[in-house]
Ligand binder design. Structure first.
Ligand code: EPZ
Length: 440
């Protein structure tokens, strides 16, 4: 098991580069299953989930070449298996994104039902109901989803309405509809930038997707899709996390290779709090925090509102702000796991259902902490950066899922953080995690 050891109290200063967006890379890699030709993706983040997704593609028969660390050339010309097995899906729910492409291109798919995770039950009922509306037969058997296209072999385009906004549900159906017969309309679609990025790739492959980024997406089915080359957008959540890191340490950071317009709601909220954020050019932000932070309420909502994936990081920041902030988490039912760890560092947080109230500023003290999920881990790192003394964060494999070498990036701008590898042999379950390849 690996841990982070952080000694807090240093103001971050310098320049940090943002990696590609994990939540765009994952659906874009799955989209390669829609074609027998090569799809080349650039600017992939070097994170655990991308390694897992690559393993899934290779396990079902796709070829993945990596001419350089952040470029994958994916060719799904000889798919032999049409399934995503449990051992992969349980480590990464986004494996369900193989469902739409396999069903659309081959007329069949078997994907393990993803279990819940730390932040909620996270069902995929909306995905399955929508596939059924496109004419698929969907059965649940021994924890697996078995999906079959209609006898004619192709899905049939329909007008679909999502009862709830679902990001991967929108992505799964958008991919499936590209090869369906006729027009598919997705109503109440997710509008995240990752949806728009995926649609851009699909259209490069020859699909006819219109309206991505709005709540109504139209997809005109085509006979087949070809290869394409595409560069993944920067990670808006990593960008927001580093803005919070500069703010919480009263530092001064230049954040480059980002796309500020993808996190406008985060930037607006942090400016309200007192963080100085200046756009130096379309892909670079300058962030500093000379003034006292002021507590401000926030509610997480689907894009373009304040993202749930920034909620944990925002909570850590509010422990250093003057006054009380109420944080409403409306997307997931259990996304305050970081609160109890922050309380162990001295934070004043009270939880009432999906609402957390944080009162500050509080001088946090370092402590041994346990990471529970990807964004909670980031929250604990931020708290460790400002806490007095030493913070040890265990189970950092959570953070490796979505942040590329975060400790190296933080150390490069002055943080006292290091990764400690436990010498004891990890129990089998942990060893099953796909290991990161050599150091960057
Ligand atoms: C995506 O998850 C992201 N993951 C999540 O990021 C992100 O938190 C989430 O969208 C919300 O923005 C990827 O893109 C790989 P949803 P997803 O379907 O698609 C309920 C991270 O930290 N729902 O938009 O799984 C669901 O339970 C991760 O990078 C159903 O009820 O989220 C949740 O309450 C964490 N039935 C809400 O909708 C369904 O069929 C939103 O879920 C689907 C979803």
């Amino acid at each position: 098991m690996e841990k982070f050891r952080i000694v807090g109290g240093r103001a971050l200063s310098g320049r940090v580069s943002i990696s590609g967006a994990k939540n765009s890379a994952l659906p874009c890699m799955a989209a390669a299953l829609l074609s027998s030709e090569t799809v080349t993706l650039h600017n992939l983040p070097y994170v655990r989930d991308i390694i897992t997704q690559r393993r899934l593609l290779e396990d079902i028969g796709a070829t993945v070449l990596t001419p350089e660390l952040r470029t994958h050339k994916i060719t799904a010309s000889h798919i032999e298996l049409f399934e995503a097995p449990y051992e992969l899906v349980r480590t990464m729910r986004a494996s369900v994104l193989a469902l739409g492409p396999l069903l659309a291109r081959f007329g069949k798919a078997k994907v393990s039902l993803p279990g819940g995770c730390a932040i909620g039950t996270r069902p995929i009922d909306l995905h399955l109901a929508a596939f059924t509306q496109l004419g698929a037969e969907v059965k649940l058997e021994a924890g697996n989803v078995i999906a079959r296209a209609p006898k004619a072999g192709r899905l049939i385009g329909r007008e679909i309405h999502f009862d709830k906004v679902t990001v991967t549900g929108t992505e799964n159906l958008m991919m499936a509809a590209t090869l369906a017969h006729g027009l598919t309309v997705l109503n109440n679609a997710a509008c995240e930038p990752e949806i728009t990025d995926l649609a851009e790739l699909l259209n490069k492959m020859g699909a006819r997707v219109r309206g991505a980024g709005t709540k109504r997406i139209e997809i005109e089915g085509v006979e087949a899709l070809g290869g394409a080359e595409h560069t993944i957008i920067p990670d808006r959540i990593e960008t927001g996390t580093f803005i919070a890191a500069a703010a919480i340490t009263k530092g001064d950071l230049e954040i480059k290779d980002c796309q500020p317009q993808h996190l406008a709601s985060v930037i607006d909220k942090l400016r309200e709090v007192g963080v100085e954020i200046e756009e130096i050019n379309p892909s670079t932000l300058h962030v500093c925090c000379p003034k006292t932070l002021t507590a401000r309420d926030v509610t997480t909502e689907p894009y373009p509102e304040f993202p749930t994936d920034m909620q944990a990081q925002y909570m850590a920041l509010m422990t250093q702000a003057e006054g009380s902030a109420v944080i409403e988490e409306t997307v997931f039912e259990n996304r305050f796991m970081h609160a109890s760890e922050l309380q162990r560092m001295g934070a004043h947080i009270s939880i009432d259902g999906r609402s957390a109230s944080v009162t500050g500023p509080t001088a946090l003290t370092g402590a041994p902490l346990l990471a529970s999920d990807l964004r909670a881990s980031a929250s604990l790192v931020l708290a460790g950066l400002v806490a007095s003394g030493e913070t040890m964060i265990d189970r950092v494999y959570h953070i490796d899922r979505g942040y590329e070498k975060i400790e190296a990036k933080l150390r490069a701008v002055g943080a006292d953080i290091e990764r400690i590898r436990e010498s004891v042999t990890a129990p089998l379950s942990q060893a099953a995690q796909p290991e990161m390849v050599a150091e960057l």
